[in-house]
Design a binder for this molecule. Sequence first.
Ligand SMILES: Nc1ncnc2c1ncn2[C@@H]1O[C@H](COP(=O)(O)OP(=O)(O)OP(=O)(O)O)[C@@H](O)[C@H]1O
Ligand SMILES: [Mg+2]
Length: 353
Amino acid sequence: MASIRLQQLTKKYGAVTVIPAIDLEIADREFVVFVGPSGCGKSTLLRIIAGLEPIDAGELYIGDRCVNHVPPAQRDIAMVFQDYALYPHMSVYDNMAFGLETRNTPRDEIARRVKRAAEQLHIGEYLQRKPKALSGGQRQRVAMGRAMVRNPQVFLFDEPLSNLDAKLRSEVRTEIKALAQQLQTTMVFVTHDQVEAMTMADRIVILKAGLVQQVGTPQQVYNEPANQFVAGFIGSPTMNFFAARRDGDGLELADGTRLPLEATRAARLPQAPLQLGVRPEHLALQAEGGLPARVSVVEPLGSDTLVYFDFQGERRVARVSPEQTPRPGDAVHFGVATARAHLFDAASGAALR
Ligand SMILES: Nc1ncnc2c1ncn2[C@@H]1O[C@H](COP(=O)(O)OP(=O)(O)OP(=O)(O)O)[C@@H](O)[C@H]1O
Ligand SMILES: [Mg+2]
């Protein structure tokens, strides 16, 4: 059993609180991704779980054991870092074997585990090479292999894909996910890339300034963002936001455009300033009405086309089918699927349902 539980866990650096009393539960064998902008505390949390950072208050449990005072080597955790941290003078084999050797694992057991991990990671033919004779993706796999041979209860990954080019990134991403399904080990994966989070996670933890903004499955955080920050962070291209206010049983935008709302939903809205959030796929070209706009940039992606347009001096984006692609400069109208749109309190950012 390797669930992980953070209870009112607090971390300070000097006078600065970087993690203010966080509560979080990660289930046994769950693949959880921490995502958030630079500096929000992702690496700090991971290093706390690994035992590399002391905590100032609260409790950390791995399984049923409180590990607040358990040193890293006794936590049965393996961590894969962004820079891989391989020993340059050692062969791939020795890099993978090293951790087991220092734990006095028998030689034939080491050989068996290294061989197995190398096969799973498709690096069997490089075992005698030095890291400098490997590509970035291969090095990344060696770093994973070194973690895997230890059969840890928990894997921690800190942005392990960020040094890879785009194509390799998505390949290794798929491999890690397949591996996670195969290994059945609890995994905590840190990234600032929301696509990585969406594609890999069982559940995503979205952080901002050390505070958990939302915890949920990729579908939940995409379809039901708890606040405007999550709504804008998850999804690519990002959600469009429009200043709005309630007008009877509909919405009025800053330019006077009126959009109808379902009556019961409108009735629940406060009179306070609102933000309307619309995903690019929930804007559709139509002959008239809706949002009047002028097309600025058109990006054909093959399967669909991104149409950027200016509305009230700000750039917005719609995802349309490739058959109806307008041209830059065209005056167009976008229908807004308000039933699929999100509404937020403009002051607090909280979602209004
Ligand atoms: N040793 C330290 N001393 C003081 N402040 C620190 C220290 N380590 C991290 N911090 C601060 O703690 C906050 C969280 O840092 P952390 O490295 O966890 O962010 P992150 O989410 O991993 O960011 P990134 O995406 O850039 O890696 C930051 O504001 C950072 O400046
Ligand atoms: Mg970091």
